[in-house]
Structure formats: structure tokens, C-alpha cells
Write a new protein. Structure first.
Length: 424
DNA sequence: TCTGGGGTCCTAGGACCC
DNA sequence: TCTGGGGTCCTAGGACCC
């Protein structure tokens, strides 16, 4: 048996934990650059505010109903997430952290107990220790646990817990779940399935297996098996090493000069290098992209992207910044109003894994020696101790393109100076 | 005026090998 | 007219997730 524990309206709940006076008020959280609504409290959902709506399109509604609006504060959400996950890790023998606000727990050894009671215990414990409300779904496969969780979340009479253990319970749950609400079925596939009169999860479980295999491929076939109670997706106890790392941002305003883009790209490249070192990986390839607004109808849209091999696999900020700058030179076009840029490092392998690609011309091989590695270590250590950005390469500069973040809450759990501001 | 960011997996097709 | 069989690797694009 798998349990899926999912935090309710996670980002909104994090904000609310430190602003208890908002506990009955509608709360929303905006995406980076204060662009779209990406989290809503139940009260905000009740007002008809849709997920992903641009903030400017519902500004009047937000104002009219006195909605508390927050910029996204990932330092806070990340820290709250690890607190929740640490607790969950103590409540089950095995845990898979699936996303910032969800985890699967292995309930196999709990089946001789009352699973619903234990799920309530999980909810109460997490709520008491972190302030975050969660729902729990329990079932014989991960896909069914997702369905159980959804039912627990949407129906208050379940009090946050839904256990599917008998065939009858599973069938009833499948009947009431629409095909587009199944984990792994997105917009395109729902359209395809609905056209075939496959409208509920129950329909999908009974559908022709060869047809599913042909049209939804192996991924769809697995989902179907999981709906039938045959578990195909195992617990992943250790997070697999990342295959690529991306840092990208929309700009707070349009940027048109090469100099400003160079600063942005250098900053993103620097962040990628830091993330690489945190993963203890090195990258062999680098992609840079720059883009105008996709909503620009003036006919001057542009999407420039290029990938190049790094001179050698590395996680050294200096090498990566230099390579990124060179790529940028190649894709920059004059006279465009750029709104976004990004850097992706790929071809990742664990550092010192032995799978290093050697140069055909060893004399060109830079002396990637101990000293370089120690320099990067020292940079990271200083920034860890004294705060991000205390030391950085000169090319990194975020003045021009900074995203908007007008309604940022405090970093209540990670910065001493911010903790003092909590009102009692 | 104003529209997010960061990932994974799978398939098809092209290029290559013997 | 007619022209084999069995593979691998890489990339782009499409689907999905949070």
C-alpha cells in the first residue's frame, strides 16, 4: 500500500502559517516577476480565481475582496517543505519525496493497523509541528493513491483522508474520477481519450489495452495497469542525479542592449554553476536562450537559442560564464525587446565518475587542478556563511533586469533579521 | 503597462556501424 | 524489373509532472 501525502495549497499555507490573522482570508501567491497566480487558498478558489491567471487580469477582483497577495518566496517554501518531509520520514519506514509539497510513504507494513486512523495521525502531526494542512490518500498503487488523495481533498466529509483498499472502494473511486484528473493524463491525451468515449478512470481501466498501448505508448499502458490495481511504479527512495539544470528568468522590464543581456546571462550561468557544484556534478554542454515576449504582436518576436559543447566537462563558474557569453554573442540580435533569458547545463555526470571525455589534444586540456576546485569551494563556503552573492564574478550583475517582487514576505525560517520582524 | 520556472520520459527518424 | 538484415547512437519534438 502507498500513501500519498499532499500539502493543501502549499505556498498559500506557508504564507498563512506566519500570518495567522489571514487564516480565514483569501490568500494568493504569484509566480516569479509577480506575473501569474500559482497558489490559492480555499477562500480564493471560492472567489473564482483560476490557477495561472495573470495578476493584472484579476486585479480588480483581488482588490474588491481584499485578497492577501504575496510574491513567491522560495526560500520560505523550500525550508517549510524540508520540515514537512523530515516529519513524514519519521512516520513511515520509507519515503519518496515526489515534489516540494508531496511525498509517497510505504504503508505496506501498516496494513494490519487501521490505515485511516494512522493517516489522521499523520495529518495531526504535520499540522501541529509545521502549521501546514495536508491530505492523505492510501491505495495499492501510486496512481490510485493519487486518486484517493484527490477525493480526500475535494470532499470535506472525508476529513482529509481517503483509503481505497477493497475492490468496491476502488471501483467507486474510478467511477467518480474524470479521465483528465488521472495522474499522467494531460490535456492532449484527455482530448484523445474523450473522443474515444473514454471519460472516467473506470472507462480507462476497462479500455482496450492494445489501443492504449498504441496511442498512449508505454506510459499510458502503465497508467492503465495501475488503475487496475497492478503496481508498476515503485518507490524511488533516492533522488536520481539530475540530467540537466536550468536557470531562467523573465525580466522586470524589457532589455535591449547586449551589455544588459550579458549581465543577465552571466548571472544565470553563475547560478547554474553553483547548482552543479551542489549536485557534485560536472556538465559537458551549455545552452543559452534569449527571448522577446511571447505576447508581443508587433511582429518583432524572437527566440534565440544555441547549444555548444563546453571545452571540457566542468562545474567551474569561470569556464561556464565564458562559454555562455560566447554563445550569447552568436544569438544576440539588435533592436529586440528582450523579456527573458536562460542558461541550461546538460550532459551531466557525477564529478570524478571516471566517465570523463578526454581531449584529443591533451596540450589544450586546461589544468583543472586542485587550486581551481578549491577556489570554487571557497566561493561557495563564503556565500553559504555570509549570504548568497557575498562574492561573485564581476560579470554577474542583476541591476538592469531584476524581476518584480513587490509583495515578498519575510524569510521567517532562514534569516535571523527576518525572524525578528514576526509580529506576536 | 502587465502573462513563471524547472524538470522527466518516450518516440520517431536520421545517421552511422558491420 | 530486381538490390539484406540487424543493430546503436543522437536529436528534435511532444507529452507529461509540480
Amino acid at each position: 500500500m502507498f500513501a500519498l501525502v499532499d500539502c493543501n495549497n502549499f505556498y498559500a499555507s506557508c504564507e498563512r502559517t506566519f500570518r495567522p490573522e489571514l487564516r480565514l482570508c483569501p490568500v494568493v501567491v504569484l509566480s516569479n516577476n509577480d506575473g501569474c497566480i500559482i497558489a490559492r487558498s480555499e477562500e480564493a478558489k471560492a472567489l473564482g480565481i483560476q490557477m495561472g491567471t495573470p495578476e493584472f487580469k484579476c486585479r480588480d477582483l483581488l482588490k474588491k475582496h481584499d485578497v492577501a497577495v504575496f510574491s513567491s518566496n522560495y526560500a520560505l517554501y523550500g525550508d517549510m517543505s524540508s520540515r514537512v518531509m523530515r516529519l513524514l520520514g519519521k512516520l513511515a519506514p520509507e519515503i519518496e519525496v515526489y515534489s516540494i509539497d508531496e511525498a509517497f510513504l510505504d504503508m505496506t507494513s501498516f496494513t494490519r493497523f487501521n490505515l485511516a486512523d494512522y493517516a489522521q495521525h499523520i495529518r495531526k502531526t504535520v499540522r501541529l509541528h509545521t502549521g501546514i494542512p495536508v491530505c492523505v490518500g492510501i491505495a495499492p498503487t501510486k496512481t490510485l493513491a493519487k486518486i484517493a488523495n484527490r477525493i480526500a481533498k475535494k470532499n470535506p466529509e472525508y476529513q482529509g483522508v481517503c483509503v481505497l483498499s477493497t475492490a468496491e472502494e476502488i471501483q467507486a473511486a474510478l467511477n467518480r474520477t474524470k479521465v483528465e484528473d488521472i495522474w499522467g493524463i494531460g490535456r492532449q491525451w484527455s482530448k484523445l481519450l474523450q473522443a474515444k468515449r473514454i471519460e472516467t478512470a473506470a472507462d480507462m481501466a476497462e479500455a482496450s489495452a492494445p489501443w492504449i498501448r498504441k496511442n498512449l505508448h508505454i506510459v499510458g499502458a502503465r497508467i492503465q495497469a495501475e488503475l487496475q490495481g497492478k503496481s508498476c511504479l515503485e518507490m524511488e527512495l533516492v533522488r536520481p542525479a539530475k540530467q540537466s539544470i536550468c536557470t531562467s528568468r523573465s525580466f522586470g522590464r524589457s532589455v535591449s542592449t547586449l551589455v544588459e543581456l550579458q549581465q543577465a546571462v552571466a548571472t544565470f550561468a553563475g547560478k547554474c554553476a553553483v547548482k552543479l557544484r551542489k549536485e557534485n556534478s560536472i556538465a559537458s554542454m551549455l545552452t543559452v536562450f534569449i527571448a522577446t515576449s511571447p505576447f508581443d504582436d508587433s511582429g518583432n518576436r524572437y527566440w534565440g537559442t544555441r547549444t555548444a559543447a563546453l571545452p571540457h566537462s566542468t562545474n567551474d563558474s569561470r569556464t561556464i560564464l565564458r562559454a555562455a557569453d560566447k554563445i550569447l554573442d552568436g544569438i544576440f540580435r539588435d533592436g529586440k525587446a528582450y523579456k527573458k533569458a536562460g542558461v541550461i547545463v546538460s550532459g551531466l555526470v557525477p564529478k570524478g565518475s571516471g566517465s570523463k571525455t578526454l581531449s584529443l589534444f591533451p596540450e589544450e586540456e586546461p589544468v583543472q587542478n586542485e587550486r581551481d576546485a578549491r577556489l570554487m569551494q571557497a566561493m561557495d563556503a563564503i556565500n553559504k556563511r555570509y549570504g548568497r552573492g557575498t562574492v561573485h564574478l564581476a560579470a554577474e550583475n542583476s541591476d538592469a533586469w531584476k524581476p518584480n517582487q513587490e509583495r515578498l514576505s519575510s524569510c521567517y525560517t532562514t534569516l535571523w533579521n527576518d525572524i525578528i520582524e514576526v509580529k506576536v
